[in-house]
Design a protein. Sequence first.
Length: 432
Amino acid sequence: MTRTIRPARRVSGSLRLPGDKSISHRYAMLAAIAEGTTRIRNYSSGADCASTLGALEALGVAVERRPGEVVIEGRGLHGLREPARILDAGNSGSTIRMLAGILAGQPFRSVIAGDESLSRRPMDRVIRPLEQMGATVRARDGRYPPLEIVGGNLRPIEYELPVASAQVKTCVLFAGLYAEGVTTVIEPVRTRDHTEIALREFGAEVRVEGRRISVRGRARLAGRDLRAPGDLSSAAFFLAAALLVPGSELVIEDVGLNPTRAALLDFLVSQGAAIRILRLEQAAGEPVGDVLVRHSQLSGGVIEGALTAALIDEIPVLAVLGAASREGLVVRDAAELRVKESDRIATMAENLRRMGIEIAEAPDGFRVPGNQRFRAAELDSFGDHRIAMASAVAALAADGETRIHGAEAAGVSLPEFFDLLDQVTSEVGAGD
């Protein structure tokens, strides 16, 4: 699908976003191995989270999709059924990596695979700890999907992550639920803590001491009534759009404001963004609130180290803001972007160059000078949802109509993206 984006006069109004993708995955997986019924309102509408539900159904879990919610009948820690077919993770790295931890604890063989893009993404970072725990995991060339997992009795381990990754942390902690004793993950830097919060909500014993996260195995998890907050990673594109387009003022309602994710807001405010929290409350351990953002020119700066890990999903759209900032943006320590749904350093740089933006790539990041103007262009999503959405934001500030080929890729995380963008933008030349 090709989508035409016209320059925006302003970004204004208010919107609500579908449920947080990261939280939806975790709620669904824990609901499947809990005892009793879990009701998840505002479950993510993205294709990735649908892949998780499909995989759980193939493992014998009853899933009912209702308007605005998903209902899951848990089968208990040891109630999953050997799948009769290969589990399909689609394009979802979250599904394959996190579900692998649960599959490693099952007394049967399972195979989990994905689409062409996912089949190129390395999985050795979950294979190593699972094998240390006693599972047998086979992969193409030793590191690529499909993964064949033969589970069974697992032993607890203390595992230090070589690279910061919330998905790998989750995989190990989920596997730890099946081990007799305490499993500990040590992070090099703090990553999003949705797993720790969700485990507690379902009844697991979790201890967090600095960068050490431990879970006690063989817990009896209980079904819950939950609501997934709006996805802050999806909100990033609308925040960026409002910051980029002069005259904009936008309210994003009921969005997740977890401190391990809100680094995005902290960074933008430190760069001069006019952002204000209008409301803040707790829902199932997750902070949720309303965010007001107004047009601002950012100062620019450097993203590196722990900040890179905290902002890894938002870097494509931050590159757009960097080009419009006063001093430009430098990103370091982001080699992880090379092995996402696309090589996000290369694909974002390609689209920005097509729009007349100067950008210099590095192996682990890029440098984009500031005070640049966007030209209308023919862009490509490269099959990557975040590249599709970041490119659409850049197109709002272009000097004419921009076309994005493969725009349907946005549906991996936010099928409603272009409709929501239309809802809050008015075109140049349109009346007030």
